[in-house]
Ligand binder design. Structure first.
Ligand code: RAT
Ligand code: ZN
Length: 419
């Protein structure tokens, strides 16, 4: 056994190496709400969008003495002014979402201490978007961004129909929530786009739904399909959701070799007046996930859960099914305490076969803080894990550490997609 001084020294050296490896390894960001810069106004960026982000809006509404309808009727810059005032001026910005804005400004070399919102605005206004995108990706050290692409979005849809020169750093994921959670309205849409579907899920209708999915998978060059579902999702069941999943979506994914991503546990519109900021969380029944993984071993499922209470069960399920890839600390679990707890638990139960973090960024510059904060935690947690191994005499080489980190930062997910 080495002396305590020697093992302390080794531990510090491993932690320093880890810090270097984790910060220099590029991230593949496997779920965002960002868009290819060619898609114009869809790609949100700049200080006003950072401030009106719904994670901050939800916090600001706790102080704002104005009805949400009146708030949302204000121009974006005024909404940003109000949020800045409530969350950064009238109170200290200690929440994770507020800290995120400050980390982002700091990493751009701005001095948020001046509390000078107009100066911050002018700084952002001077950049051409192309240069700003590249610089932001470089600062965040993100090499690829998975978008969320919906054929049901009337603003987004025309871009795909017309076609455009793709930026290869931005890849597509086909998002199909309306199809799975609101079939009657989705059916009307499909009819208006020339698919011969009826409201009942006949064989003909299901095959037309598959034709729709195939058309859009090809148009987007989609890397996976995705949905987020409420806590009352059940499978199997005699619901439109379960039937469409079983007879259209999963066969389509099998045929194209694509994973299906499920984000489980969101309760939409708990306070609908707050718009995007009004969604909540609920405990999901993960037996339904077991049923899916078990019944469809030739399908691949990438899954994240919103409830803290579901995290342990999700890890246990992933130990049983190699067609399940666990990812992300999503939304209300994207806080340092929960990220640390969840990442430790996943490492202890799953080893390296999961993806600890995606950004879920809605505004470009958020990728900086989301990964800056997540990387710090990953260094801490991995340092502890390697130190535990070192006690037994097992010390990882630098190449092994690089391999492990690359896998955790998105490499493992892309391998899962390919095999
Ligand atoms: O995290 C979020 O921004 C949520 O509003 C949701 O969009 C969620 O990420 C989702 O993809 O459903
Ligand atoms: Zn999302």
């Amino acid at each position: 056994m080495s002396s305590p001084a020697v093992s302390d020294f080794r531990r510090t050296a491993t932690a320093a190496l880890l810090e270097r490896v984790v910060s220099s390894t590029p991230v593949i960001d496997i779920h965002t709400h960002l868009y290819d810069p060619q898609m114009g106004g869809l790609l949100l960026w700049g200080i006003d969008d950072l401030l009106v982000y719904h994670y901050l809006a939800a916090e600001a509404f706790r102080h704002l003495d104005v009805p949400p309808e009146a708030f949302f009727a204000l121009p974006k810059s005024e909404q940003a002014d109000r949020i800045w005032h409530e969350l950064f001026v009238a109170h200290s910005p200690v929440s994770e979402a507020c800290r995120g804005v400050l980390t982002t400004l700091h990493r751009f070399g701005l001095d948020p201490h001046m509390r000078d919102l107009p100066a911050i605005r002018s700084w952002f206004a001077q950049w051409p978007i192309e240069a700003h995108v590249s610089r932001t990706l470089e600062l965040a050290n993100v090499e690829r961004i998975y978008m969320t692409n919906s054929p049901f979005d009337p603003v987004e849809r025309p871009f795909w129909q017309t076609g455009f020169l793709r930026d290869e750093r931005f890849v597509a994921a086909l998002r199909i929530d309306p199809l799975l959670v609101d079939w009657p309205n989705a059916a009307l849409q499909l009819v208006s786009w020339g698919y011969e579907v009826g409201e009942g899920l006949s064989a003909r209708t299901l095959s037309e739904v598959r034709r729709f999915l195939a058309d859009w998978t090809e148009k987007l060059d989609a890397r996976y399909l995705m949905v987020s579902l409420p806590p009352d999702f059940r499978f199997p069941a005699h619901t439109d959701t379960a039937q469409l999943l079983e007879h259209a979506v999963l066969p389509h994914c099998r045929e194209h070799g694509l994973p299906f991503a499920l984000m489980l546990g969101v309760r939409r519109g708990v306070n609908a007046r707050l718009q995007l900021a009004g969604d909540g969380v609920g405990h999901s029944d993960l037996c339904s996930l077991v049923n899916l993984c078990d019944a469809f071993p030739d399908n691949k499922f990438a899954v994240t859960v919103l409830a803290r209470e579901n995290q342990h069960e999700l890890c246990v399920i992933a130990r049983k099914f190699r067609n399940l890839h666990v990812f992300g600390c999503w939304w209300f679990t994207n806080t340092p305490q929960l990220i640390e707890e969840i990442t430790r638990m996943r490492l202890e139960l799953l080893g390296l076969s999961f993806t600890p973090q995606h950004s879920d960024a809605r505004v470009l510059e958020q990728i900086i803080y989301k990964f800056d904060h997540a990387r710090r935690i990953l260094v801490r947690v991995l340092a502890d894990k390697y130190a535990d191994l070192a006690v037994t005499g097992w010390e990882p080489t630098e190449a092994e550490i690089r391999r492990d980190v690359r896998s955790l930062l998105g490499g493992g997910f892309e391998q899962f997609c390919q095999h």
